[in-house]
Design a protein around this ligand. Structure first.
Ligand SMILES: Nc1ncnc2c1ncn2[C@@H]1O[C@H](COP(=O)(O)OP(=O)(O)O)[C@@H](O)[C@H]1O
Ligand SMILES: [Mg+2]
Length: 140
């Protein structure tokens, strides 16, 4: 599979992205539960672009590191960014009704989570997930 870049501007783009990511993760061999976790994550990040920035992109690429396979998704926008991301993510013990639930949930759902936001310049969230050894054996 080659990397693909999908623009994000409206909620209907998010629908397209969800189904594309569902298809790709299925093809890579992720089980149903992991497919849902990955789809939920990209959906949340893309909706953040629609709601909190104006437009952006998602880059979806397969990973293959020393025989370990996975997927990486990079969601980027040039919207308002954030002054500080740590307080949002640090609220992990507080009830999920407060803002910041979406990003924290994505961090829980994925194996790797890196957020870079520059106030006034934009936000970039990079997440990845690896196939479990069991999932890789199913294919072999
Ligand atoms: N792409 C983004 N651009 C600017 N601000 C963002 C972006 N994503 C998230 N934020 C800010 O971080 C907060 C927390 O995001 P999130 O955890 O997804 O919760 P929610 O979207 O429900 O508010 C948002 O309320 C918003 O202020
Ligand atoms: Mg959100």
């Amino acid at each position: 599979m080659l990397s693909i870049l999908i623009p994000i501007k409206t909620e209907s783009d998010v629908v397209t992205i969800r189904s594309k990511v569902r298809e790709i993760t299925g093809g890579l061999g992720f089980d149903e539960l992991d497919q849902s976790r990955i789809v939920q994550s990209v959906s949340e990040l893309a909706l953040n672009v629609v709601h909190h920035a104006e437009e952006g992109t998602v880059l979806i690429e397969p990973l293959d590191r020393e025989g370990r396979r996975g997927i990486r998704m990079v969601v980027q926008d040039f919207g308002p960014g954030m002054a500080e991301t740590e307080p949002i993510l640090r609220m992990s013990e507080t009830p999920s009704v407060v803002e910041g639930h979406g990003l924290r949930q994505v961090r829980e759902l994925m194996d790797e989570f890196v957020i870079r936001a520059v106030n006034g310049k934009g936000t970039c969230v990079q997440v990845s997930k690896w196939l479990t050894v069991a999932a890789m054996e199913v294919e072999e």
